[in-house]
Write a protein that binds this ligand. Structure first.
Ligand SMILES: Cc1cc2nc3c(=O)[nH]c(=O)nc-3n(C[C@H](O)[C@H](O)[C@H](O)COP(=O)(O)OP(=O)(O)OC[C@H]3O[C@@H](n4cnc5c(N)ncnc54)[C@H](O)[C@@H]3O)c2cc1C
Ligand code: FES
Length: 270
């Protein structure tokens, strides 16, 4: 007797890789031939058959394709790093909440990212560029381990022309460095301290390692920001992405469906 297993909404679909770009020694960006409705901040699950699945943020804003930036940190992501243009990747999604861009029209934006946390923020930048008249001044504060580790290097010049781009690197030197960059040594939080003067009509979007998020929130509060002006993306280990396994719960919330984008006052009110 054949047993039919219906995995319903967990069923991944194969999508062709139409471009592949190495961004840094341990990270790459792929473009998938995948037309889906989604908003900035949402994520998908990528499968490495026989190994597992990883949640990965969408870092584009298009109805024609989906870009994903993946850092090779372990079993699944190292396997995904072997993919090439023309291969098919098993994906499911999109999942999670999005930055409520419609409700945030008319504000200045501080887009603050650290390391691979910059990936979902690229989706926000792309959204703003596509709806430029809806938003005021945009400042990008990005931090990476070194210039070599910076993501989306080809786009920095354009971002700097369209917006204000500030960058910091934990260290400036890297063996065999060929990276082209502007920026100085230090932490992204130093930039926030130096360049942000008040909270008037400003929205801050923060994504990065937990310690960077905590420090940034502390500085923003000192500058007069209220928690409803701050959005953050909380990354937790996830399995199902659908509020079923409970793996991602924090403060009584499912990060996979109540987040991963949270307004700070909603994140901290439990
Ligand atoms: C909503 C969301 C969006 C994400 N977006 C991206 C993205 O755009 N690009 C990207 O490269 N990664 C992203 N991640 C992280 C990514 O899912 C993990 O790095 C990946 O699943 C690791 O799987 P692995 O099998 O390669 O590594 P593993 O072998 O499972 O683990 C390697 C190490 O990383 C730790 N780890 C694994 N997953 C996480 C996690 N979610 N948070 C903290 N530590 C973790 C493990 O404990 C272990 O120490 C996102 C995670 C979430 C929850
Ligand atoms: S990942 Fe399973 S409940 Fe959120």
């Amino acid at each position: 007797m054949k047993i039919k297993v219906d995995i319903g909404p967990y069923k991944p679909e194969p999508k062709k890789i139409i471009s592949y770009k190495r961004e840094a020694p341990d990270s790459f960006t792929i473009r998938l031939d995948w037309q889906i409705e989604h908003g900035p901040g949402q994520f998908v699950f990528c499968s490495a058959p026989g190994i597992g699945e990883s949640a990965i943020s969408i870092c584009s804003d298009s109805r024609n394709y989906v870009d994903l930036n993946i850092r090779e940190v372990g079993n699944v992501t190292n396997e995904l790093g072997k993919l090439q243009v023309g291969d098919e990747l098993l994906v499911r999604g999109p999942y999670g909440t999005q930055y409520p861009m419609q409700d945030l029209k008319g504000n200045d934006f501080l887009i603050i990212g650290g390391g691979c946390g910059v990936a979902p923020l690229r989706g926000v930048i792309k959204y703003i560029d596509g709806h430029r008249e809806d938003f005021n001044d945009i400042s990008l504060f990005l931090g990476f381990r070194s210039p070599e580790d910076a993501l989306f290097k080809d786009e920095h010049e354009d971002w700097d022309k369209r917006h204000k781009l500030f960058m910091k690197f934990d260290k400036m030197e890297h063996e065999n460095s060929t990276a082209c960059y502007t920026g100085s040594q230090g932490f992204v939080t130093d930039l926030v301290k130096q360049e942000v003067h008040d909270n008037t009509n400003k929205i801050a979007i923060v994504c990065g390692p937990p310690i960077m998020i905590d420090k940034t929130v502390e500085i923003l509060r000192e500058k007069g920001f209220h928690d409803d002006q701050i959005f953050l993306s909380a990354e937790r280990l996830m399995y199902c992405g659908m509020a079923r396994c409970g793996r991602c719960m924090i403060r009584g919330k499912y990060t996979c469906v109540d987040g991963s984008v949270f307004r700070l006052d909603h994140f901290e009110d439990e």
